[in-house]
Write a protein that binds this ligand. Structure first.
Ligand code: TRP
Length: 450
């Protein structure tokens, strides 16, 4: 082991860092666009159910294992295992988690780079640099590569600063800023004509649509992605939490913040679409469906901003800065998962490990940039559709079946003396043992077969 491990300096520091990991492009882009294309409130409702009933218990499994083992995902899973076979499965799952985290970061950095480019685009346009602005907001290998590199460098520099001087320091600076920008944008959009129609679409549920199977699958996937589950990021953040903290209440806070921000982002994006429609921007595709995904973020919203004159420049920059901040506090947690492994198991210094791992991920990311059509969607599907739910399942199995129940209780009791009598302890152990694995397997099985 290389030196002493880091620890978050305070409860608030951990909450901001872990919710910074959770709140990312998944909340501000993924959730609202999925909601827009899946019947608004119908999706919201299912998402809330999946997040509270499945993702929160799985998050707790990661946090508890992490804080107990005080180690990276591979060492931590090995520590809670007591047979040769379970230790082997632990190593396998741990490595799979680290590789998945790296692959997620490889595509995430490309998308995050677009956000920086789109924040700079309108500024260049306003400065009369039309050509530069066109390059920034047009799709191309050069642009994609350049901004991915910038974003990876920022991520790497923060992680090389360590737990307190890197992760905690930047999360504490950026998260409040994110919330302020988000609230300001919502307040502004609400004053515009058309916004109320968007609110209705978003908040008035059509319950009939909630119980569509594909919608449930999407909501579960979204919840797992949003809470950063399965790849060791939450586990390793949990490993930096002091034994004097009540881990159950910390997990609850993170879940609530994550869900809260997703719901708020919906309150920004969906009304903004209807404002765009009011201003003459097309928001339905040829099939009559609400436009979603990348077209929504990179075509509809910029079109909306450009109908708003000078104010539109400020609003557009604020929006893409918001996206960049959200992405950065998430990408650092993705990088921390492999970096913690390399420092603790291979004895590299944090700085060396951060640069080495970043270099490898940047290389993978560059390969995706140059083979975009073949690899981009493939890597996203592989990691978020398949690897993440399966790894989430493995973590539930470790917490529910492999690790001894008394040891689990002991760990929760550190910082939460009355844990044994708590509602949490009455429900969670059986939940993580039976309900989570069965539901994840059912949904996953349907997805693979169907
Ligand atoms: N949760 C982040 C988001 O919503 C992304 C993220 C960070 C993530 N760490 C993760 C996703 C680990 C999956 C696994 O954008």
């Amino acid at each position: 082991m290389a030196g002493t491990r880091g620890e978050f300096s305070s409860r608030l520091g951990f909450i901001l860092a872990a919710s910074g990991s959770a709140v990312g492009l998944g909340n501000i882009w993924g959730f609202p666009t999925q909601a827009a294309s899946n019947g608004g409130a119908a999706f919201l409702l299912m998402y809330l159910l999946m997040a509270f009933l499945l993702a929160y218990p799985a998050l707790m499994a990661e946090l508890i294992i992490g804080r107990h083992a005080k180690a990276n995902i591979v060492s931590a899973l090995r520590q809670v295992s007591n047979t040769t076979f379970s230790r082997f499965v632990a190593s396998l799952s741990g490595f799979a988690g680290i590789i998945t985290a790296s692959l997620i970061l490889a595509f995430y950095a490309i998308v995050a780079g677009w956000m920086i480019a789109f924040a700079a685009g309108p500024v260049m346009g306003a400065a009369g640099q039309e050509e530069v602005a066109g390059w920034l907001t047009g799709f191309g290998h050069g642009r994609n590569l350049a901004f991915m590199l910038i974003f990876m460098l920022m991520t790497c520099l923060i992680i090389s600063g360590g737990v307190q001087q890197g992760i905690e320091k930047w999360s504490t600076r950026l998260m409040p800023l994110l919330i302020i920008i988000l609230l300001a944008l919502i307040a502004y959009v609400m004053t515009l004509p058309g916004a109320m129609q968007g609110i209705k679409v978003y908040l008035l549920p059509d319950f009939g649509r909630s119980f569509n199977f594909q919608l449930i699958v999407n909501a579960l996937g979204q919840a797992f992605f949003s809470l950063s589950l399965g790849v060791g990021t939450m586990l390793v953040y949990g490993s930096y939490v002091s034994k004097t903290e009540n881990i159950a209440s910390l997990g609850r806070a993170i879940t609530l913040i994550d869900i809260g921000i997703a719901v708020l982002a919906g309150l920004l994006i969906i009304p903004a679409m209807y404002v765009a429609q009011h201003n003459g921007v097309e928001i339905f595709d040829a099939a009559g469906k609400l436009i979603g995904e990348d077209t929504l973020i990179f075509t509809v919203l910029p079109a909306l901003f450009s109908t708003m004159g000078d104010t539109g420049i400020v609003v557009g920059v604020a929006f893409f800065v918001l996206m960049t901040i959200a992405a950065l506090t998430s990408s650092i947690s993705l990088l921390e998962s492999p970096v913690s492994y390399v420092t603790e198991v291979h004895g590299l210094s944090r700085r060396a490990a951060a640069f080495l791992v970043s270099a490898v991920i940047t290389l993978i990311s560059a390969i995706i940039v140059f083979n975009f059509g073949d690899l981009f969607v493939f890597v996203i599907t592989l990691t978020t559709r398949y690897a993440q739910p399966l790894l989430g399942l493995m973590l539930c199995l470790f917490a529910g079946w492999i690790w001894h129940r008394n040891h689990v209780l002991e760990e929760i009791k550190a910082g939460f003396e009355s844990a044994e009598q708590s509602f949490f302890w009455r429900i969670w152990p059986a939940y993580i043992r039976y309900v989570c694995p069965v539901v994840i397997l059912t949904v996953f099985g349907q997805k693979v077969l169907g």
